[in-house]
Design a protein around this ligand. Structure first.
Ligand SMILES: *[C@@H]1O[C@H](CO)[C@@H](O)[C@H](O)[C@H]1NC(C)=O
Length: 287
């Protein structure tokens, strides 16, 4: 046994050739898989807990567990940046809307407006609805709604005024106005109003939109423009839908007043409008 190789030379050459072939095929497959991954045609199986969709589903199911009987999908829509305004679709359940209406019904009184010179409440033709206040934290259902309003706005529950429930019948409206105060008296408790959440407790057949006449939005290009009343077409408008909540800011992020937040309630043409308002102050509002 003096010669080196255990195998004949020919066999050894064939083996190294097939080895090279295997490596080549392996490399080609790797390249193809990498290209497919890069193009997004192929995706790696990832633990579903890690995907953003799963997170969103989890958040939604938590809300669904909190409120039984909910079917509608909840999502937030940005409608304007000047003013800053957002619609939270299906914020309240049908049961919550009806609960608020029934709670308010026995105590409805003609609405007033604040006289900007004296700060006193006064009767007015610019606001023809009727309404009542529900004390902050008055029962479990209201506390749950107020907690969610706080989560939505990132503002503390303690900065909120009591919920106001409003009723507009055919022909009733609220002319465009600001929610912030221009007098000293009304800012003593809690400071200036920073944001408003307007919740629609009923659908309205025609009219009753919330309109922002000064919004920097081309409102005629909005998908719901053709469903609006004449008043609704005069600016950026939100059509009342039971359970939806409209959040808008009366102050800009630098804490100056935002004149774009001018808004009004269009006249109800057909049907009834029930809504609930939550005003948030800059500081704690003592009840
Ligand atoms: C607003 O939108 C409408 C409909 O899309 C379009 O015809 C019009 O030119 C737009 N106006 C401005 C000022 O951009």
């Amino acid at each position: 046994m003096t010669k080196g190789s255990r195998y004949p030379r020919a066999v050894s050459r064939r083996r190294s050739f097939s080895c090279a072939l295997v490596v080549l095929v392996f490399l080609s497959l790797s390249v193809i898989i990498l290209v497919l991954l890069a193009c997004g045609i192929l995706s790696l199986p990832v633990n579903s807990k890690g995907s953003p969709d799963a997170g969103r589903r989890a958040v939604r199911s938590v809300y669904e567990m909190e409120r039984t009987g909910r079917r509608e999908v909840q999502w937030v829509e940005v409608i304007s940046w000047e003013p800053r305004a957002f619609v939270y679709h299906s914020f309240l359940s049908k049961e919550e809307c009806n609960y608020l209406i029934e709670l308010a019904k026995p105590n409805m009184e003609k609405s007033t407006v604040v006289d900007s010179a004296t700060g006193q409440s006064k009767d007015s033709r610019v606001r023809t609805s009727s309404g009542t206040f529900l004390r902050r934290g008055r029962d479990k259902m209201i506390r749950s709604i107020e907690k969610r309003l706080s989560d939505f706005t990132f503002l503390p529950v303690e900065n909120g005024e009591g919920l106001q429930i409003l009723h507009y019948e055919v022909g009733q409206k609220y002319e465009p106005h600001y929610d912030y105060f221009l007098d000293e008296l009304n800012t003593k408790n809690g400071g200036q109003r920073i944001a408003t959440v307007l919740m629609y407790l009923s659908d309205v057949e025609e009219g009753g939109e919330t309109v922002f006449p000064s919004a920097q939005v081309n409102s005629s290009s909005l998908p719901w423009y053709n469903e609006l009343s004449e008043c609704g077409k005069s600016g950026l408008s939100v059509k009342p839908k039971m359970g939806d909540a409209l959040l808008f800011w009366s102050m800009k992020p630098d804490a100056t007043l935002d004149p774009f937040s001018l808004h009004g309630g269009c006249q109800v043409i057909r049907g009834n409008k029930w809504s609930s308002t939550k005003w948030f102050r800059v500081n704690e509002y003592k009840v």
